[in-house]
Design a protein around this ligand. Structure first.
Ligand code: NAP
Length: 242
């Protein structure tokens, strides 16, 4: 079966390996957000498709028979658009969506619906760790008077957009002990985190709980109405069922 895998996550990488060892003919699509992505064992294309129409054309030209969306739970635009196009074309579509994190004992989470709401929670002079990536950094413009540290995978290609902050370069995985030492050494007072889910990136939340740090937790955007799987293995079983 000719499969398009929309990637950009750990699940996407795992699926690329599972598909490479299957009878399916799969192409991985990456947005191109990470400068030096890990090499993948299946055909890979990089960059946006240019909108709904060019995406539909691409699917037709490549004879795509099924789409697995393993993009990030916060990559709402690519998921909504791709699911809608697939529905219109009658192409089976499954989203791999890890469960959202739930607070447990020791967690001091404050749910917010959008980045801009962090300013209502975080007091002036606080030192804030933005674990939210550089793409949404502009949305924290109203956090004046706080010291911001934004972690990103690639070295910055420009200055920090506000005078009250700086970038910190770091490539996952981030073990919990390392996170705890980092937050303590930086003197962090608050974390801002997207509720991405998944075990690998929960370590920052476990470290925050151990240090008694409050977390502004951004709720997920609404996912498209489509078939869902939690694990890469479930996505492979769905493909076999088609
Ligand atoms: P987005 O806002 O949902 O999508 C914006 C545009 O980027 C899409 O309309 C599409 O452009 C292009 N795009 C996104 N993912 C693509 C893919 N896998 N292949 C081809 N084009 C893609 O996405 P985003 O939040 O910027 O995320 C971009 C990528 O980073 C995704 O692959 C996502 O899985 C990954 N990522 C995102 C986050 C996050 O917090 N948002 C975190 C970790 C990883 P066209 O309209 O031109 O097709």
């Amino acid at each position: 079966m000719k499969v398009l895998l929309l990637g950009g996550t750990g699940e996407g990488r795992a699926l690329a390996h599972l598909l490479a060892n299957s009878s399916h003919e799969a192409t991985l699509s990456l947005a191109g957000a990470t400068r030096d992505p890990a090499k993948m064992p299946i055909a890979t294309r990089t960059g946006g498709f240019g909108g709904a129409e060019p995406f539909a054309d691409w699917l037709r030209q490549h004879g795509i028979q099924a789409i697995i969306d393993a993009t990030h739970p916060f990559a709402a635009r690519i998921s909504a658009r791709s699911a809608a196009v697939a529905r219109d074309m009658g192409v089976p579509y499954l989203q791999v969506l890890r469960p959202a994190w739930q607070p447990g004992p020791g967690d001091d989470w404050h749910r917010i619906a959008a980045e801009e709401e962090a300013a209502q929670l975080i007091p002036e002079k606080a030192k804030v760790f933005l674990a939210t990536g550089r793409q949404t950094l502009q949305r924290f413009a109203n956090l004046q008077g706080r010291m911001l540290i934004c972690r990103q995978i690639d070295p910055p290609d420009g200055p920090f957009p506000f005078p009250n902050g700086r970038f910190l370069v770091g490539r996952p995985p981030f073990p919990v002990d390392q996170e705890r030492v980092l937050f303590r050494d930086l003197g962090i007072d608050w974390l801002v985190v997207k509720n991405a889910g998944g075990a690998a990136s929960r370590t920052k939340l476990d470290a925050a709980a151990q240090l008694g740090l409050p977390v502004a937790m951004i709720d997920r955007p609404k996912p498209p109405d489509c078939a869902k799987g939690v694990t890469p293995e479930e996505a492979m079983a769905w493909l076999s069922s088609l």
